[in-house]
Design a protein. Structure first.
Length: 155
């Protein structure tokens, strides 16, 4: 996997994705992620880490050990994790854009159904299965899948 520096355009897109993800974790919008906010966000994603696991995750992100994760610390952690994940963010962005037909930055249910049918998978995936997959990926329940939700679902 290539984790070398990328173009400025990609870095700008990546930074915007990180801002959106940070906002998801930073529930009270104070510019910091606390252990409680981390736990709440992970629970929303269907993950229920123990207190020990939460402390470990916090220790990985909280570089200055002040008890919270700042946006800069979050960005550094995300970039490190990017190199360890199955797919690079660039690959995931390309896959996401394949689903996001209207280029509005979200995958709607109809777009997901359309691409599944285009790929001739319709016969293998009844509507109920597509609905279930969509609901699981749509973490915040707003009826559409953001890029960050897509990343969580794929990884």
């Amino acid at each position: 996997m290539n984790c070398s520096p990328r173009s400025n355009d990609f870095l700008a897109t990546e930074l915007e994705d990180f801002r959106k993800a940070f906002k998801f974790f930073d529930a009270n919008n104070d510019g910091f992620i606390t252990q409680e906010e981390l736990e709440s966000a992970m629970n929303k994603c269907g993950q229920y880490p123990s207190k020990l696991e939460l402390r470990f995750i916090m220790s990985q992100g909280d570089r200055d050990q002040n008890g919270v994760i700042t946006f800069d610390e979050f960005t550094a952690l995300m970039r490190e994790n990017e190199c360890r994940n199955k797919y690079s963010r660039h690959q995931l962005r390309e896959q996401f854009q394949m689903f996001d037909k209207d280029n509005d930055g979200y995958i709607e249910r109809s777009e997901m159904t359309g691409i599944v049918r285009e790929l001739s998978l319709g016969r293998y995936f009844p509507n109920q299965v597509i609905d279930q997959l969509f609901r699981e990926a749509d973490v915040d329940g707003d009826g559409r899948i953001s890029f960050e939700e897509f990343v969580m679902a794929v990884n």
